[in-house]
Design a protein around this ligand. Structure first.
Ligand SMILES: [Zn+2]
Length: 108
């Protein structure tokens, strides 16, 4: 299913209160729909930019200018039920991408 691409402010809103990634993501496996239009398998090779409430921003492994806000679906917070992409963002220029990274780097 295609991920809806938002402008940066809308994308940041979709994350909510963001912190540096700190969840143990190694327990989650599966594919996620990426903002680039493809689907990728999640694994340690996928960079995470930030973490919200049961959601993380994943960087596209093929094109780092695409990022996707991905919800972690669970049953009663225990059983992993897969990834659900909430929204995507595409940095149209390297300058915009650098600016976005500096926003995420300032997170605690
Ligand atoms: Zn991708």
């Amino acid at each position: 299913m295609a991920v809806q691409l938002l402008k940066l402010d809308g994308f940041l809103q979709s994350i909510g209160t963001a912190i540096r990634p700190q969840m143990d993501m190694s327990i989650y496996h599966g594919a996620f729909d990426c903002a680039c239009g493809n689907s990728h398998a999640y694994g340690p090779h996928i960079d995470l930019l930030c973490e919200g409430s049961m959601r993380v921003v994943m960087v596209c492994p093929n094109d780092r200018s695409y990022m996707t806000n991905v919800a972690i679906k669970t049953f009663l917070l225990v059983k992993f039920r897969g990834f659900a992409s909430i929204a995507g963002w595409h940095a149209k220029t390297p300058e915009v991408l650098t600016a976005a990274h500096s926003v995420f780097n300032e997170l605690r």
